[in-house]
Every structure is written in C-alpha cells, then in structure tokens.
Design a protein around this ligand. Structure first.
Ligand code: SAM
Length: 401
C-alpha cells in the first residue's frame, strides 16, 4: 500500500472506532477484508489508529474539531477519522498536502476551512494532555506536581517489556537467545528480571526464546509489583484475581511456593496451564468453593480503571465513566472483604491495581483497615509511568497472628 492509502485506511477505521466499536475488532475485520495489505501496512495503520486514540483530544483540536471536548466525556460529537488524521499528521510534522491530495487512494485535499492551523497552546489543559475533563482532578489529587508529566507519558507508545524466567535462563542468557531471532533488549531499572525490547518487538511471540519459556511478555511495572511481595520458600499463595495468570507466573518464578490461581470467571484462566508448561512451573487453578482458608499470602490484583496502562490500552481512557469507576470501587472493596478470611493468621493480604487514582488505591486500603482491625498495613507503593513502565499500586497488609 502507498503511504496515502494507509492514511485513508486509518481514517476509515477511526470513523468506526469513533462510532463506538472496539479498535482491536475494527482492525481485525479490516485486515480480513483487505488481504492485499501486508504486515508492514497493517502495522503502520495500527500505529496510526492507536496513536490517534492516545492523543484523541489534542489531535481533534489540531484537526479542526476544536469544539470537541472529549470522546466519552459527555454528549459531544466525537471527531471524525479525517479530523484525527489531519491532527496526527500536523502533530508529527508531515506536510498535509503530501497525504491529502489527488493521488490514487489518497484522502481528498484539505478544504479551505481545514487549512486553518489551530493553536494547541490555546487549548484547555485537559485537551493538551489528552485527558477527559472529569478525570483530570483524579490525576491532580493522586499525583500532584507529577500529574502533567504522567499524563504526557500516556500520549506515547508504551515500550514492550519481557520478564526473564530466571528458572530457565539468566538475564544475559535470555538476551543472547533473543538475539538469535534479531530481538534486541536492554535490562530495565524497574525490576531485575525486566528487559525492554529495543528492536524486534513484534517478533517476540514467534521467537524461540519465548516458545522455550525463557521469557514472558510482562510489563516492567507489573514485575516491580511482584517484587514488592514478601514471597518466601514453601509459602501457600493464592492469586485471587488471576485472570490470564501474569502475576501467578511471575510469583512462581521468584520462589519455591505453592500457587493456586482463582478468578470469578474461570474461563479467563484458560491460558494459565499452557503458559505454566512453557515456563516449567506448576500452578493449580481453583474455583471459589475449592478455596481453603489458610493461605500464607493472598494477592488481589483487582479489576480497575486501568489508568496506569492507558498508554498501552488507550481506548479504555475514553470508555471509563464516573458510573463505571464507582462500580469498580465497589467490586474492589468486595474483593478485599472476600479475600480477607482466606488469609492464615500471621499471613499476608496484598492488594494491587493498575490504577493511579486514590479512590482505587489508598482510599480502598484505608476503608478496609477501618473495618478489619485484625490487619495492619506493612508497605504501600505507587509505581508511576515516570519510572518507565505501566503504573501500578500495591499494598501489603499483615493479618494478626
Ligand atoms: C486486573 S485483572 C487480573 C490480571 C491478572 N492478575 C494478571 O496478572 O494477568 C482482574 C481479574 O479479576 C477478576 N475478578 C473480578 N471480580 C472478581 C472477584 N469478585 N473475585 C475474583 N476475581 C474477580 C476478573 O475476572 C479479572 O480477570
């Protein structure tokens, strides 16, 4: 495909996404209907779509949809795919007349109105930072002087990180094995097991090092969260909200422990067995009625707004509503109450989210401690995207002996 045809494809896809469709689904459907598009075309179009989603408000502004204050921010009309791509190309200094022109498959040349260059410096702070208006106060309350820098970081693509499975390889050994598939990496300060992929990120899942279980795809912040857990040999550990098992696998690689994975939706755990096989570790899965009440450590990696990973999953930023956030905080409080009796006396209850907001993090723990005087707070850590990975919160509570 020519560069202009890629821009036209991104416009078409973004129009569907702005109509409320999932970006992943629209991209998959588009690829099925356009078999002539090669992998490089698909990757370039995908990058356009996700870049536009990350910077939805500032690109809308630069694309001339100045009145649009945010998709998902009320009843406003969302920007068109064309406006977003005009904004994206302006923001990245691509001359617009090279893309919007008379060439075959190109989007039509800019109208006189579209030629006017809006000044982003005049836009409200939330537009410049690509944040829904109602969410900005949550950032300010939780992150103070760092709020702007953290929001700015979510405007850029998140790096690909790997976790070295130290049960199978050293960090240097895993790096060498990845090099055989032309995947270049560099260790990352957030965790001793974290490698940031600097070249070949799209090839990881096909590489021999990955297929042999030497590495797993896992964000560096997620690894730092697991590092914060006081795991020790022979512990009985319950991963109460295990999902696909990312944290279970990381915990299993850290210490010789017995791990049980649980999720309210057992179907979410279907990948755990093949992933554990690949990693060479053992993880049991259990339904709620199978759970014992004497775990040495229970991890609740609760469902949340996902605010710490909006650079990776940008559509979620625009889909979150105050009502959904209120529902999530209720679910989080219930999960803590369900998990507390499963912790053995003297054991540990760990609570984690990939959110940055107080209402999902410190406020949740404060409320829990008020109602559960048999627990005390041991440590608490907020990992923000300024440390290089996704944002996470983790609190470690101890149950009285
Ligand atoms: C943030 S995700 C977990 C991600 C996973 N720990 C990982 O590292 O890949 C949250 C999970 O909590 C599960 N969940 C929601 N409500 C729950 C509940 N009441 N009890 C247990 N799991 C729950 C969801 O099904 C979802 O899989």
């Amino acid at each position: 495909m020519t560069p202009v045809a890629r821009v036209s494809a991104a416009i078409e896809i973004l129009d569907d996404v702005m109509a409320g469709e999932s970006a992943e689904r629209v991209l998959t459907t588009w690829a099925r209907g356009h078999r002539f598009a090669g992998s490089k075309d698909r990757a370039a179009i995908r990058d356009y779509v996700f870049d536009a989603l990350r910077c939805l408000r500032s690109y809308s502004w630069l694309g001339g949809a100045g009145g649009v204050t945010g998709f998902g921010d009320g009843d406003e009309t969302p920007p068109t795919g064309r406006q977003l791509m005009i904004g994206l190309l302006r923001a990245t200094d691509v001359p617009l007349d090279t893309m919007f022109c008379e060439a075959r498959f190109a989007p039509s040349p800019l109208s006189d109105a579209e030629q006017a260059l809006p000044d982003l410096g005049q836009a409200p702070r939330a537009v410049q930072l690509d944040c829904p208006n109602w969410i900005l106060p949550l950032y300010d309350a939780a992150l103070g002087a760092d709020a702007d820098a953290i929001l700015a970081s979510t405007r850029h693509r998140a790096p690909v990180f790997l976790r070295v499975n130290t049960g199978k390889a050293s960090v240097a050994g895993a790096q060498d094995a990845l090099l055989a598939d032309v995947i270049e990496t560099t260790p990352h300060a957030l965790s001793a097991t974290a490698l940031q992929v600097t070249k070949g990120g799209r090839a990881v899942a096909r590489s021999q090092a990955y297929l042999d279980g030497l590495v797993e795809l896992q964000d560096a912040g997620s690894q730092a969260l697991v590092d914060a857990l006081p795991l020790a040999a022979d512990m009985r550990v319950l991963d109460y909200c295990a999902g696909g098992g990312g944290k279970s696998l990381a915990m299993a690689a850290k210490a010789d422990i017995t791990i049980t994975a649980h999720d309210i939706d057992p179907a979410r755990m279907q990948d755990i067995a093949p992933r554990a096989d690949r990693a060479g570790v053992s993880i049991q899965t259990a339904t709620t009625k199978d759970l014992a009440a004497d775990y040495d450590l229970v991890l609740c990696d609760a469902p949340c707004s996902g605010a710490g990973s909006w650079a990776r999953a940008p559509q979620a930023k625009w889909q979150l509503t105050p009502e959904r956030l209120a529902t999530l905080t209720k679910i989080q409080a219930n999960i803590l109450q369900e998990a507390a009796p499963l912790v053995a006396k003297g054991g540990i209850l760990a609570y984690a989210t990939c959110s940055l907001f107080e209402i999902e993090n410190t406020a949740q723990i404060k409320a829990f401690l008020l109602q559960n005087s048999d627990f005390t707070l041991s440590t608490e850590r907020l990992i923000t995207p300024l440390e290089g990975g996704d944002g996470f919160y983790v609190a470690v509570l101890i149950k009285n002996a």
